[in-house]
Ligand binder design. Structure first.
Ligand code: NAP
Length: 203
């Protein structure tokens, strides 16, 4: 997901710094022809940006955020979902009680909380905006079809941050739809979000 977001931004001429768990050397060949705009760095360096996109698996979220410098009101886009990625031989894959086993996923136990509000607690001082988490990566490469622009929901407590992120989505060729405060992101959180599965297009 993070790679798709980085490529979509770079394709619009927007500079992006990317990081992963294996270090910048492992990302040396990632950018390809977009290398003018995509730069690899450590997590600590990448997380100094004015707008940071969080696109790691839920199990790594707290650890990654613990390595970020002070947020000082910078924007943190939460593209994550509170799910566990299952090993192919995990019994959870075929457990009839797990409706997402066929996808190799299982809902993480977050005690009924809103996962983005947990992200906000792990990133004190960040203006957290939830978006990207409810779409599939190919939409970023093909944001529009013959009928119009793909709709992407945006939720966050800070209206200015929401607007800034919406402007970014607009630059990517997507249509941002404001949901409201971060608490409203429950409706786009996987699993369980009531707006999930909708493929909306803005003519
Ligand atoms: N894929 C989708 O269709 C989709 C759609 C919407 C939302 N999401 C959400 O987006 C997030 C990422 O999903 P994904 O499918 O892109 O997973 P992924 O393919 O496993 O990619 C995860 C990325 O996070 C990096 N990472 C993992 N642990 C890290 C750590 N401790 N420190 C720094 N980097 C770390 C990984 O780097 P290394 O490879 O070096 O470990 C990798 O680049 C998840 O929360 C997922 O729920 C995914």
């Amino acid at each position: 997901m993070g790679g798709a977001i980085a490529r979509a931004l770079a394709a619009k001429g927007i500079n992006v710094t990317i990081a992963n768990s294996r270090g910048p050397e492992s990302l040396a060949d990632f950018a390809g022809e977009l290398d003018e705009f995509i730069h690899a760095a450590t997590i600590e360096d990448a997380a100094t940006a004015d707008i940071v996109v969080l696109a790691v698996r839920w199990s790594g979220v707290a650890e990654v955020l613990g390595r970020a410098p002070k947020w000082d009101n910078r924007i943190l886009i939460d593209a994550t979902n509170a799910v566990e990625f299952l090993a192919p031989d995990s019994p959870d894959v075929t457990d009839p009680a797990n409706p997402f086993g066929f996808m190799g996923l299982k809902a993480a136990d977050i005690g009924g909380r809103n996962s983005s509000e947990m992200v906000a607690e792990w990133a004190p001082g960040a203006r957290v905006v939830k978006t990207f988490n409810h779409i599939e990566p190919p939409l970023l490469a093909h944001p529009q079809d013959a009928h119009g622009k793909g709709v992407v929901f945006v939720a966050g407590d800070d209206p200015a941050a929401r607007t800034e992120v919406a402007t970014l989505l607009d630059r990517l060729g997507l249509f941002p739809a404001h949901l409201g405060p971060l608490s409203s992101s429950t409706s786009i959180a996987f699993p369980g979000g009531t707006l999930l599965g909708l493929k909306l297009v803005k003519p």
